[in-house]
Design a protein around this ligand. Sequence first.
Ligand SMILES: *Cc1c(COP(=O)(O)O)cnc(C)c1O
Length: 822
Amino acid sequence: MINLTAKQICAVVNGELFASSSFQDFTVSEVITDSRTFFGGQNVAFFALTGPVFNGHNYIAQLRKKGVQLFIISDKNFIDDKANYILVKDTGLALQQLATYNRNQFSQPVIGITGSNGKTIVKEWLYDLLSAELKIVRSPKSYNSQVGVPLSALLLDAQYELALLEAGISEPGEMQKLAPIVQPNIGILSNIGDAHQENFQSKKEKLNEKLQLFVDAKKLVFCLDRPYSKPIAKFCLGNNIEPINWSFENDEATIQFKSKAAANHTKIEAKTRNKSYSFQIPFTDESALENACHCFATIVALEKIPDVFLERFSKLEPIAMRLEIKQGINNCLLINDYYNSDLNSLGIALSVLKQQAAQSHLHKHVILSDIHQTGIETAELYSKVNQLLQEWGINKLTGIGEALYKHQYIFQMESEFYSDRNEFEKHFIRSNYSSSAILLKGARQFAFEQISALLQQKAHQTVLEINLNALIHNLNSFRKLLRPETKIMVMVKAFSYGNGDVEIARLLQHQNVDYLAVAVADEGVQLRNAGITIPIVVMNPEHDSFQNIIDFNLEPNIYSTQLLHQFAKVVAEFGLCNFPIHVKIDTGMNRLGLKTEKEIDELISFVKSNKHLKIQSVFSHLAGSDDPELDDFTHEQFTRFAHLSKQIETAFDYKVDKHILNSAGIERFTDHQMDMVRLGIGLYGISQTGLQLQQISTLKTTVSQVKTVNAGETVGYNRKGKTRQQSRVAVVPMGYADGINRRLGNGLGSAFVNGQEARMIGNICMDMLMLDVTNLKVSPGDKVEIFGPDISISKLAQLLETIPYEILTGISQRVKRVYLQE
Ligand SMILES: *Cc1c(COP(=O)(O)O)cnc(C)c1O
């Protein structure tokens, strides 16, 4: 943690201080950039970061209420006498300057890690291997971005003996900014893969960018068995860096490895210049092996004696990279984090807890294991934990572990303590858990996944897993195609194309999209009730729903003269003025919309003489924007829209937004973005032009039963699934009532079981389907994927001769939606 006065910070960032003279000595020990994850605390400075879609200045008032007194800003219009400000040109740069300053105060070794894959795992494993010997500070989770790296570097202080910082990049030019903040003494280049390739010309360009992190390093750890090892060696030579390279093939390497995989572990032999070592890791996959080799080589680079650490390699654990949010019993929400347990990560997890609890008005309950943090006396450690829990307004604590049990007197909230997990489970009563957001935060060995299993709602094992990071990726991919000022309306109709509306709408609101659009008013009401405040357009406003539209501040799509008159009448009854409406023009789809010049003239004269309504936007919908054969027609639609919308635009003295592009339109006719675009299917990961999008959802379940079926027997209803040979069949608890199209049965469709493809056999039933798993390794409880990373939704749509929209929206509401976010 830093410890600097406002005046010192001002000097470091080259700013201008607007504060009372007594405030200049105010000390800052915590820096924040995200208002969502801050709920109280003193000695805090907020950096109001700005980006193309984000303006941190907008959160100043809110944060002032929460007690923040110092703001680093770049817009002087926000200066007032209600708080204290440091004015700078660029707040992002100021954050980096402060982080660099703090890094320069740190005289102990810093290990900097970059690469396409494995950064976080290598960092966490090194921590697990070394932390019994050294006091280590490390980047929380995968804080490796332009903001995450400075925030991590601000955690460095004199009490630590080693720092582990990871740095990630997605665009050229980014590493130059991160390098001075990290300034590693020892570098690790984990792996150069395809991740984040889209913004680089070539892998070589990306490699060169990554290497910029290490220009001032003394040593660099890397693998020699990769195609790119030569340029890395050259880079080391040119920059006077000692290469600590390793290899399975090359006798010249600093460290030569041999490995032998067994059923559930891998034996590794390592040969350095003067000695041989052997150890094992409890994994058998290639990437674990690679990560372990990086860790061993880093220990060599640190000039530590490897023998001390060998035993610990066999105890390395998989690293769950994400906080998992699940539906729990009795209207509880579970937030699982068995990733690590230290104060930093506890802070992050608590912020997520607070956020989730606030959104659904739930109690905040933390189930916490003993924290193994070196270098701090136990009573002091738990006093800090108590303080953290209080700051975050935690209602209840369940402490599990000897140390917590012993120090229970410290905690000042409703609490209960158990000496170990078994004790907890003995006293577990289901009905004690209701309407709470529960954070499960435990060190690995406490096996909190067992507690999670108790608390998890298990009515139906089938889930649609939605990756919110992929969704953000997709949103940003579209944003990059657009001008910065073009507004975005995201279509969240039909439960966000089947992906579940509220969580997605929340995320979109946070990502500053301009509008959401729903099909009917009820969907809009649900979003308002869930705390969505941005404008919401109702595409199909029915007469019965006008009251709701007005009460919940929704904005109707006006597609006919009749609807216009009806709606105006109700608004007038409410006595409201300038109620926003969106006018739909039919330019060739022949669905909803005003079609003729005459209708539009009538609309204009009606609205002009009616103070109750205001035309917020005018729009039209393309009939075939995804189909090159229809491009002539699409251009006719553009022309017609230009003509008819102009009529409206020129008739009013206020600005009327115009928009026509849907997802495929944005990809294929970017020039027609006008004032706004309406993004739908693309956000959910389907591209018509090969734009690099990520599929956001995985439909999955687990095998219920596996059985042997003899040759000549049949499987399922009407005996449609015949077996020619003795076969093995897996029964899967998912059927057409879940939205699996029944036509996929009888061999048309397949599923992935344990990463192996298995064809469907027999008719699909209402709640079950059967897979032919002859010759595959499958047992009950194994994971089954219907679509996801291994089976794309587009492929499934092709198989069924339909469109991805139908597949997505067809997944029934009884399938639980589970959200993942990094
Ligand atoms: C659903 C919808 C969209 C989004 O279409 P995609 O093809 O999913 O991008 C855009 N505009 C209107 C009017 C819609 O109804």
